[in-house]
Write a protein that binds this ligand. Sequence first.
Ligand code: UFG
Length: 324
Amino acid sequence: MILITGGAGYIGSHVNKLLNNSGYETIVLDNLSKGHKSAVKWGELVNADLSDRDKVREIFQDNDIEAVMHFAAFSSVAESVEEPEKYFKNNYENTLNLLRIMKEFRVRKFIFSSTAALYGIPRSIPINEDSELKPINPYGESKLMVENLLKDESDFGGLKYVSLRYFNAAGADLDCEIGEDHNPESHLIPLVLDAAIGRRDSISIFGDDYSTPDGTCIRDYIHVNDLADAHLKALQYLEEPFNDSNIFNLGNGNGFSVREVVDTCKKVTGIDFDVKIEGRRPGDPDILIADSKKAEEILGWKPKITELEDIVESAWNWHKKIHV
Ligand code: UFG
C-alpha cells in the first residue's frame, strides 16, 4: 500500500491514478482544504490533516504502508510572502510529524514534492541539481528546510528518499478525468484559458522588460502526466535495495516565454482575447529551465508530452469540461 498525502490535489491525483493503473494499491490522505474529493477516483480517501498525529498514526496502524508520497503542502509563492508562518507550519512542521510517524512504524521509503523555487534566481541556465540553493520566498525556504531534514534522516536515521524538484507543472490527464483546479488560481496557463473561455476579461502579462528575447519570463512547462511517470519511476528506484536516496530535477528542458504561452493558448482554443502588459510580479526570475539529465540517466525517465501545444491542448480539454 502506498500512502499519498495531498492525493486530492493537482499533481497528487495524477500520481494516484497512474499508481493504481500500474498495479499499486493506494490510500490518499487529504484535508480537502485545496484538493477535491472528486479527484480521488482511485484508492481510498481519508479526510485528515497531517497535524492530527493520532489520525495519521491510525492510518499506519490499519494499513501495511510500504512507501509514502508526500504532496500535501501549500504552494502559492505570493501567499507565502504574505503569511510565511502558515507555510513553515504546513510545509515543514507537518512533514516533520509525518516523518516521525513513519519512523515509529518503520516505513522508510519517501518521495517528496520539491520545487524549482529552491534555486531562487539561478546563476546559469539550464539548472542542474548541483546549482546553488537560494530560495527567495518562504515557500521555497519551507521546501528547502524539508530537503535538509530528509538529507539528515537519510544520512543518520535510515530513511530512503527521492526528492523531485518540479519546474512548472502544466496540462491535465489525457482522459480528462482529473486536472488543474485551484481556487483562487494563480498559474499562467489556467488563467489564460479563463480569458479564452470568458471567465475573465483579459490576461495580464507581468512584465515585458526581462532579459529574454521577447522581454517576458521564460519557464519550463512540464506535463503533469510526465511528472506522474517520474514518481512511479522514483518508487521503483526506491524499491531496489541498493539504491541510495537521491534528488532529481523534473522539467522538459524547453523554455517558453509568457508571450509564447499566451499565443499558443490563442492558437489551440481558436479564441482571441485581450492581453494587457502590467508591471513585474515581485520575485519572478527571468528564466527557469531545467537540466533533467540526471533523472533520464538514473531513473530512465524522459518527458513524453514536450510540445507546448500538446500541453495546452490537454489543459484546454479539461478546462472546457469543468467550466462550460
Ligand atoms: N504570469 C503572468 N500573468 C499571470 C500569471 C503568471 O504573466 O496572470 C507569469 C509569471 O509572472 C511567470 C509565469 O507567468 O513569469 C509563470 O507563472 P506561474 O505563476 O504560472 O508559475 P511560477 O513560475 O511563478 O511558479 C511555479 C510554481 C511554483 C514554483 C515556481 C518555481 O507554480 O510552485 O514555479 O519558480 F515555486
